[in-house]
Design a protein around this ligand. Structure first.
Ligand SMILES: Cc1cc2nc3c(=O)[nH]c(=O)nc-3n(C[C@H](O)[C@H](O)[C@H](O)COP(=O)(O)OP(=O)(O)OC[C@H]3O[C@@H](n4cnc5c(N)ncnc54)[C@H](O)[C@@H]3O)c2cc1C
Ligand SMILES: NC(=O)c1ccc[n+]([C@@H]2O[C@H](COP(=O)([O-])OP(=O)(O)OC[C@H]3O[C@@H](n4cnc5c(N)ncnc54)[C@H](O)[C@@H]3O)[C@@H](O)[C@H]2O)c1
Ligand code: SF4
Ligand code: FES
Length: 807
């Protein structure tokens, strides 16, 4: 029987288009849907590219609808295919490959392109925009090869790109045309506070500069400015705004201006052709943020499903910069004129700034810097066009003493069901209320897992909490503890306490007895519970390999081409000519692609074929360096008193001793150490979990350092006189971290959470406790064995993991 369903073709596989399709599916729309996307990926969260660049998310993490979603919903998806035009006469959508697909309705959601400044040299190698996964990959690759980056444009995108590149180790200068950063969202006060904070975080600025040329031969090597000055740069990111992508409209004879012109029901000038998203111009406005796009999508979905809907009347824009440690928020109007009444508070000591603009006593805009706790409330007030009252003033300016009574006009009760709470993910109040009432969810994490709200910038978290409070009443505790994942509402401390109190012995038992919502747990809780059990029962717990991350299961790091790395131990960074010869011979025999000296002073044999990994270990006959494990990685040492004329302590000897003593034991996260012979600190103790620095009278111990994505300089913990005292203090710190650290929490975060002083009190001021901790780690260390020795003698595991090429 012929399919009677109407044919709906979506041009553009981005957040606005797929957001609309999701709404249509929710409303029970019965279209036969075909989607075209120029990019080779399924729909992903473009917003989160800033986090991919920063390193805190992977491309897989940001996929919103995987290929199964399209299949499950009977949607035909054509990725890597660009639509050229809509043929109204034959009612067909035509692609660049010549495909013609019939339609009854079309949605054009082609988004924007990066605006590339048309200056000489803009097409040189090393010049990119920042818009999609391909751009992000180019930036990640460039950071490995080049050092000096220039980001042109000091708007939201430019600043997020700049911070991402700084995190990747580049020397980054933001080149901005105006005197104030983010001048489209912030006033001068907030801009200058923002610039000061970003400067502190390592970003450089060239303000008031107009780029007239990008210099270099084939590859860019610098920027020339209109005032004649220059800036050296071997990589340039253009972040000077976006251009709505109107190519399809242009070639189909659909009316456009800056964007594709639509009416209040998102209809274009061509019958049955609609447009949503950044490519659209509505009442003269083209939007560049996701919240308005979801609002448009909601109206269009209802219209296409024949559901009664209010027209789309435009959106109030609000923004939040997604850079950790920089809290900036802006909503609605932000520059005062003679028409505004201004409420403001600036605190130069706390480095906070708050400004609220009123027009005829209506709240029309707000800017926050440093403390954005009121951002969600202010966003709501601006959006609703609320009148300022004494109560609202007291609440948002922090002078309220009425215990929350004041929040009248700000209550979530007043929100309509269809109002979008999470602009980044298009989640309505109703979706959150349903998740609470239908699924029994009670925490923000559960709401996040179920609806996606709070998943991106996090700005909506306070409103989600208010909704939880509104629906759950007394049973919701503000700031209530969050479970370690959405499988449980138990915190790490509660799980550890229950394991001990109830004598639970396996992950399965923990999950059964403690009432996990998902019987098998998830990839977040399984490795965590496996670690806690091993920490509590070091002598009897049978490690559950299947609960570990893949690299730990394999005992080797898998690389992007499917090969592995082999990293033998070099205790304290010291090796011998004999070991080097062995490494050379094995590397040649097994065709190792690269032998790399690592930052941890050892050799990384990169590119070993999977089936060769056990043979390489067998022939090296060296202990594994645990480069893949949540365990002690390396102890970096300087030359020290054995050879260095400044050395006061034997750093190489102490480093080797430490590495031999603590190797192979599980920690909550990877653990790095350094030992220096004198305060010149050549082995960089300040960025290690434990850094040790020799001095004339003994040693100084530093803890909580980190040189990775979130760098932190280690805190001075104590000074000791003898080697024995040093070992005892290090043992106690490590065991205390093992016993109190959250799984995957580095010591840099642990020290911040626990407080340096409380760790000092527990270890330095309580000798009995220190000695007990040291004894407990010694007991745990006595149980560890060499996993590779075991693996090589276990033929079945070896074959299953490495030698069965079908795996
Ligand atoms: C790094 C970054 C961070 C951001 N952060 C935030 C943020 O924190 N908050 C916020 O609100 N917004 C943010 N944005 C903006 C936000 O991502 C966009 O507003 C949103 O993604 C636009 O959605 P869209 O679907 O309209 O367009 P797009 O996401 O651009 O999707 C359009 C898709 O259509 C495809 N396409 C184009 N032409 C054709 C054609 N002819 N045929 C087939 N396919 C075609 C494109 O390849 C693209 O995949 C950010 C943007 C970037 C780049
Ligand atoms: N956190 C967020 O909400 C977020 C993050 C990233 C991107 N985005 C969105 O992505 C889009 C693109 O962001 P954007 O920052 O490129 O756009 P933008 O238009 O907001 O900012 C561009 C900036 O570049 C500056 N500029 C223009 N010409 C210049 C020149 N010749 N030299 C130096 N500076 C110049 C402008 O003064 C402006 O501040 C926007 O719609 C933005 O809202 C949002
Ligand atoms: S830290 Fe001191 S002892 Fe060690 S190599 Fe440097 S100068 Fe020499
Ligand atoms: S508004 Fe950004 S995550 Fe919800």
């Amino acid at each position: 029987m012929a399919d009677k369903r109407e044919k709906l073709v979506l041009v553009g596989n981005g957040m606005a288009g797929i957001g609309t399709i999701e709404q249509i599916l929710k409303l029970g729309g019965t279209y036969d849907i075909t989607v075209f996307g120029s990019e080779p990926h399924p729909n992903y969260n473009r917003i989160m590219l800033s986090y991919v660049l920063e390193g805190s998310k992977t491309v897989d993490d940001i996929i919103l609808n995987d290929l199964n979603w399209y299949k499950d919903n009977n949607i035909t998806l054509h990725t890597g295919m660009t639509v050229t035009h809509v043929d109204e006469t034959h009612k067909q959508v035509i692609t660049d490959s010549g495909m013609a697909v019939p339609y009854d309705k079309v949605i054009i959601a082609t988004g924007s392109n990066s605006f590339i400044l048309p200056v000489p040299g803009c097409d040189k190698e090393g010049v990119v925009g920042f818009r999609d996964i391909a751009d992000c990959d180019a930036m990640l690759e460039a950071a490995k090869l080049y050092k000096k980056a220039a980001v042109i444009g000091g708007g939201l995108l430019g600043l997020e790109a700049a911070k991402g590149l700084v995190n990747l180790g580049m020397d980054v200068t933001v080149v901005h045309l105006m005197e104030d950063l983010m001048e489209r969202q912030l006033d001068r006060n907030a801009s200058s506070m923002l610039q000061a904070e970003l400067t502190r975080q390592g970003v450089k600025f060239a303000m008031g500069k107009q780029t007239v040329e990008l210099t270099g031969t084939q590859r860019v090597n610098g920027l020339l400015f209109s005032d004649g000055s220059e800036l050296e740069a071997d990589f340039v990111v253009m972040a000077v705004g976006i251009k709505p992508n109107i190519a399809v409209a242009k070639d189909s004879n659909i009316t456009f201006n800056r964007g594709i012109i639509v009416n209040d029901y998102l209809q274009t000038s061509m019958d049955n052709v609609y447009s949503v998203g950044e490519c659209t111009e509505h009442r003269g406005v083209c939007y560049g943020l996701v919240a308005p796009l979801f609002e448009q999508g909601m109206v269009l979905a209802k219209h296409l499903c024949g559901v009664d809907t209010k027209p789309y009347e435009g959106s109030v824009m609000s923004t939040k910069l997604k850079i950790s440690g920089v809290d900036v928020f802006s909503a609605g109007e932000f520059m005062e004129t003679s028409e505004h009444t201004v409420i403001s508070a600036k605190d130069d000591w706390k480095k906070t700034y708050k400004k609220i603009l009123l027009k005829n006593n209506i709240i029309v805009g707000a800017v926050l810097f440093g403390d954005v706790t009121e951002s969600a409330s202010l966003q709501k007030l601006v959006k609703q066009g609320s009148e300022m009252t004494d109560e609202i003033y007291a609440e948002v300016m922090g002078t309220s003493c009425s215990g929350g009574e004041a929040k009248k006009g700000m209550s979530v009760e007043a929100m309509s069901d269809e109002e979008i709470v999470c602009g980044c993910n298009g989640v309505t109040k109703k979706a959150i209320v349903d998740a609470v009432t239908e699924n029994g969810f009670t925490t923000v994490d559960e709401i996040k897992a179920c609806t996606g709200a709070t998943r991106s910038c996090g700005g909506c978290k306070p409103v989600v909490e208010q909704i939880l409070q509104f629906v759950l009443g007394d049973s919701f505790q503000q700031g209530a503890k969050q479970g370690i994942c959405s499988c449980t509402s138990l915190s790490r401390d509660e799980i550890v306490a229950e394991i001990t109190a109830k004598g639970l012995k396996t992950t399965k038992e923990v999950m059964n007895v403690l009432g996990w919502k998902q019987e098998e747990g998830c990839s977040k809780c399984r490795p965590a519970v496996n670690y806690y059990l091993g920490m509590i029962y070091p002598d009897t717990y049978e490690d559950e390999k299947e609960s570990r991350f893949v690299n730990e299961r394999m005992g080797a790091n898998i690389q992007k081409d499917g090969t592995f790395t082999v990293v033998p131990r070099m205790y304290g960074g010291v090796t011998t000519p004999e070991d080097l010869m062995k490494i050379a011979e094995v590397s040649l025999k097994y065709d190792v692609k690269v032998v790399k000296v690592t930052g941890g002073q050892r050799l990384d044999l990169i590119g070993v074929k999977k089936e060769d990994v056990p043979k390489v270990w067998e022939e090296l006959d060296m202990p594994s360096g645990y480069a893949y494990a949540k365990s002690l990685r390396t102890v970096k040492t300087c030359v020290g008193s054995q050879f260095c004329r400044f050395g006061t302590q034997d750093s190489m000897g102490m480093g080797a001793l430490m590495e031999r003593k603590y190797e192979r034991l599980d920690f909550p996260a990877k653990f790095k150490m350094a030992v220096n012979g004198c305060p010149r600190n050549c082995a960089e103790s300040c960025t290690k979990d434990i850094g040790i620095v020799g001095n004339d009278g003994g040693w100084e111990v530093f803890i909580g350092g980190n040189g990775g994505i979130k760098p932190r300089i280690a805190d001075s913990f104590c000074k000791v006189k003898t080697d024995e005292e040093l070992v005892e203090v290090c043992s106690a710190v490590m065991q205390y971290y093992r016993e109190t650290g959250n799984y995957l929490e580095r010591t840099s975060e642990w020290v911040e959470r626990m407080g340096l002083e409380s760790i000092q009190t527990a270890i330095l001021e309580n000798e009995a406790n220190r000695k007990e901790l040291a004894a407990r780690i010694d007991f745990a260390l006595a149980q560890v064995t060499d996993p590779w020795k075991k693996m090589l003698n276990d033929k079945d595991t070896r074959t299953a993991l490495f030698e069965d090429t079908r795996v």
